[in-house]
Design a protein around this ligand. Structure first.
Ligand code: UD1
Length: 431
C-alpha cells in the first residue's frame, strides 16, 4: 500500500491548478444513464472514485472513452470523458462495486427513471457516521415507485413510469437532491422540491441536465421546480472547479505560510471558507486567474467554526481547518453538524502533538507552538488530507499510511504541493 512521506518546514510558493470537482463529476457521469445519446464531460479529475464509477457505468452498458493526451501536454490537465448509454444492459448495481463508493448508489435514480426498474446494493463509502439512504428512497416513493429492500439491495419499480410530485426534505441532503433532480426530469408532470440542497454541485448537475433537455427552475435555491420531459439528449458540459480542493490548498498555505495562486479557483464557490481562513490570519485576494492566498510571518489566529450546508462552512473542509487550528494562538471550537463521527482525524492529529478534546459534536482545539512529525494513518478522504496539512508545518518527518483515501479525492496531490516547495513524496508498494 502506498504511503506519503512529508518533511515539514518549507513555505509554499507558486501556483496550484485547481481540478474539476469530484463531487460534481460523479453525479454528472451518472446522468449519462438518462439518455441514449453521448454526454461529453470536460475537466473531469483523474481520481480513483472517477475510475471506479466508470467501471460501474460500464457494467450498466455505458460505452465510454477518455480523451487521450498528446506528448507535451500538461500531464495535470484534467480529462474529457465521453459517455454513451445507448442501451442499459443491466439494471442491477452489485454490492462489490457500490460498496466501495457511496455516490454510486445514485445510479438508482436514472436507472429507475429510464428503465422503470433498478436493483442497487445499499452503499458504502467513507466511514463517517451511519449515512442512511432513507431520504433518497423517500424521493423515489414520492415519484410513484415501489421500493423494497431485499438482501442488502434496494429494488425500486415504476413499470408505468415516474410521476411528478411534491418532495419536501426534512433535512438538507446533497445526494437526495441529486436523486430527485435526475429522477424527476424524466417523470411525467411537475415536481416541486422543497428544502433542496443549494451546493454548487447541484447547480452544475442542473445546468448539465438542462443542456440535455430537462426543464429545471431554481437550482441553487431551496425550492426547485422540474417539468418532466419524455426524453433527454446528449450534451457537452465542463465540470466546475473543485471548491473543496481549493479550500484545502488555501488552508495548507495558511498553515505552512507562503504565497500561492490557486489557478482556476472560483471564490464565490467557497466564500464562507475563504472568510474563515482570512480571519485565521491569511491574506486572500481574488484575481482573474483564481484566488491568491498568502501568509507571511503573522501567526495563526484561533477561529471557531460550525459546519453547515452551502453556503455555510463545508463539512468537507472541517478536518483541514482543524489541522490549521492545532497551531493557532489560543483555543477554537469546531462543531460538526452534518455528519456524526466525523472526527476520526482527531486521534491522528494528536500523534503529531495536537491538543484536541472532543465534547459531543464539538472539538475544542488548543493551539500549540510546535507539531512533531510522526507516523499517522489516513482514515477517510478529508481526514487524510488534514494530516498532510498538519505535516507540512510539523518538525521532522511524517509518514501518512493508507493514502488510497487521498487518491479517491485529490488529483496529483504530492505533485501539486511538491511544485510549490513542499518536501513530499509517495512511496509506492510499501508493505
Ligand atoms: C455529499 C458529498 C460529501 C459531503 C456531503 C455534505 C458527494 C459525492 N459527497 O455527500 O462529500 O460531505 O454531501 O455536504 O457529493 N442523510 C440522511 N438520509 C439520507 C441521506 C442523507 O439522513 O437519505 C443525512 C446524512 O447522514 C447527513 C446529511 O443527511 O447527516 C447530509 O448528507 P448528504 O448531503 O446526503 O451527503 P452525501 O450526498 O452523501
Amino acid at each position: 500500500m502506498d504511503r506519503i512521506r512529508i518533511v515539514g518546514g518549507p513555505t509554499l510558493e507558486g501556483t496550484i491548478k485547481i481540478s474539476g470537482a469530484k463531487n460534481a463529476a460523479l453525479p454528472l457521469m451518472i446522468a449519462s444513464l438518462l439518455t441514449p445519446e453521448t454526454l461529453t464531460l470536460e475537466n473531469v479529475p483523474a481520481l480513483a472514485d472517477v475510475n471506479m464509477l466508470l467501471r460501474i457505468l460500464g457494467h450498466h452498458g455505458v460505452d465510454y472513452s477518455v480523451d487521450g493526451r498528446r506528448t507535451g501536454e500538461d500531464p495535470h490537465a484534467s480529462r474529457a470523458i465521453h459517455l454513451t448509454a445507448r442501451s442499459i444492459v443491466d439494471i442491477m448495481a452489485p454490492y462489490d462495486l457500490v460498496s466501495k463508493m457511496r455516490a454510486s448508489f445514485w445510479v438508482v435514480a436514472p436507472l429507475l427513471a429510464r428503465m422503470g426498474e433498478a436493483r442497487v446494493s445499499l452503499p458504502g463509502g467513507c466511514a463517517i457516521g451511519t449515512r442512511p439512504v432513507d431520504l433518497l428512497l423517500m424521493v423515489l416513493e414520492k415519484l410513484g415507485a415501489s421500493v423494497e429492500i431485499e438482501a442488502g439491495y434496494v429494488h425500486a419499480r415504476a413499470p408505468k413510469g415516474l410521476k411528478g410530485a411534491e418532495i419536501t426534505f426534512p433535512k438538507i441532503t446533497v445526494g437526495g437532491t441529486h436523486t430527485a433532480l435526475m429522477a424527476a426530469c424524466l417523470a411525467e408532470g411537475h415536481t416541486l422540491i422543497t428544502n433542496a440542497a443549494r451546493e454548487p454541485e447541484i447547480v452544475d448537475l442542473a445546468d448539465c441536465l438542462t443542456k440535455m433537455g430537462a426543464k429545471i427552475k431554481g437550482a441553487g435555491q431551496s425550492i426547485i421546480e422540474i417539468e418532466g420531459v419524455a426524453r433527454l439528449g446528449g450534451a457537452s458540459h465542463r465540470v466546475l472547479p473543485d471548491r473543496i480542493e481549493a479550500g484545502t490548498y488555501a488552508i495548507a498555505v495558511a498553515m505552512a505560510g507562503g504565497n500561492v495562486l490557486l489557478e482556476g479557483a472560483e471564490a464565490h464557490l467557497l466564500q464562507n471558507a475563504l472568510d474563515t481562513i482570512e480571519r485565521a490570519g491569511a491574506g486572500i485576494s481574488v484575481t482573474n486567474e483564481g484566488i491568491r492566498i498568502k501568509r507571511n510571518g503573522a501567526g495563526i489566529e484561533a477561529v471557531d467554526v460550525t459546519t453547515a450546508p452551502f453556503p455555510g462552512f463545508p463539512t468537507d473542509l472541517q478536518a483541514q481547518f482543524m489541522a490549521l487550528m492545532t497551531k493557532a494562538k489560543g483555543s477554537s471550537v469546531i462543531t460538526e453538524t452534518i455528519f456524526e463521527n466525523r472526527f476520526m482525524h482527531v486521534q491522528e492529529l494528536a500523534r503529531l502533538g495536537a491538543r484536541i478534546r472532543l465534547d459531543g459534536d464539538s472539538a475544542i482545539v488548543e493551539g500549540v507552538s510546535t507539531l512533531q512529525g510522526a507516523p499517522v494513518m489516513a482514515t477517510d478522504l478529508r481526514a487524510s488530507v488534514s494530516l498532510v496539512i498538519a505535516a507540512l508545518a510539523a518538525e521532522g518527518e511524517t509518514m501518512v499510511n493508507r493514502v488510497y483515501h487521498l487518491d479517491r479525492g485529490f488529483e496529483h496531490l504530492e505533485e501539486k504541493l511538491g511544485r510549490c516547495g513542499a518536501i513530499i513524496e509517495r512511496i509506492t508498494n510499501a508493505a
